[in-house]
Design a protein around this ligand. Sequence first.
Ligand code: PLP
Length: 433
Amino acid sequence: MSFISNFEKSNALFNKAKSIIPGGVNSPVRAFKAVGGNPLFINRAEGAYLIDEDGNRFVELINSWGPMILGHAYPPILEAITQAAQHSLSFGAPGKREVEMAELITSIVPSVEKVRMVNSGTEATMAAVRVARGFTGRNKIIKFEGCYHGHGDSFLIAAGSGVMTMGTPDSPGVPQGVANDTLTAKYNSIEEVRQLVANNKNQIAAIIIEPVVGNMGCVLPEQGFLENLRTLCTQEGIVFIFDEVMTGFRLSLGGAQELFGVYPDMTTFGKIIGGGMPVGAYGGKKEIMDCVAPAGPVYQAGTLSGNPVAMAAGIAMLTTLKQNPQIYAQLEETTQYLCKGMMQNIQSLGLDYTINQIGSMFTLFFTSNKVNDYETAKTCDTAMFGKYFQAMLKRGVYLAPSQFESMFISTAITKEIADFLILTNKEALQEII
Ligand SMILES: *Cc1c(COP(=O)(O)O)cnc(C)c1O
């Protein structure tokens, strides 16, 4: 077998990019800092495959960090945006697709009674927290160590993957005053949250959480954790926010809240909701969302929000998922099959690494510890992960270039591709141990 080794065009592009784009990339997680080498420049993608500028083809498990749950270049989405684009790309005035989108979202996620479209997950979480603050008249929020909620100032505290990989737990440029209003608790520790709430009586506007974490690798909520948070928020008049930017429309049609049967007051969306276009949304209970301008006093706006082409993509995505609910069982089956195969490889090689999996999300952690929070995630051997990443890449498998990310399975991953992934996993592990 010959390994992929020609990255000439990607390297040339990266060298040029570095001189005119900070770090050569438009989002830090795309850089290969944590795994070594230069990032690949992608020319196109089809189904389960990425093709780079040198013509190398990779099975990929990033899915554009989540959105491509139906695989790349899914024809109905391409048709929908091509059609929408004929009628101009933006109006800055209401369009019927925005109503259709809101109807789809509220019908799929019943805890969302009213919804506002934005352009990214970051915008959604920033707006949701502002609305929660306006609604409660309180300033402080609680987030969890290792959870990522976009790059808004309030959230860049113990913020998971990107910053975790970079080794900068807090970002310069975030004022101390803003940071002071963000309290952090250990994921899966209801005790810490209760303590914070007791010490800040009537001051907490919102608790925001990834109901399943994707941003320190895939980490699951322990039995009762989300339920206990729900009860606490209700008792204390705290707005409970599920950040379902990653889990929404992925863990089930109705997201993590449907899967666990725990319902937040507000939900944020991104990624899948735009079918690959830059879309986010936030929504929740009517009485909360009616605080948003122009219905209420909390200001939030967007020139391109509800953009017709982006809405067309999102509608095609959500409609496909809604009409084909068996997709979720299929994704779960493929993912379990893959994880079981990889676990057999790990054990047969005498290793004791950990795999966390739920639905179509999973992470192979290079640690023998059970990973259920930020502390335990950090016990991973990241140097080993870096070697594994390279060993997979040269065999034609493109993983997220960090230990602290979730992998995503799309409907384009067939059983044959899963078998290839299992075999490649074995060869890569054999090479690096
Ligand atoms: C990706 C992500 C965000 C940020 O979304 P962007 O579209 O990148 O701004 C926020 N929250 C979670 C849970 C995410 O996974």
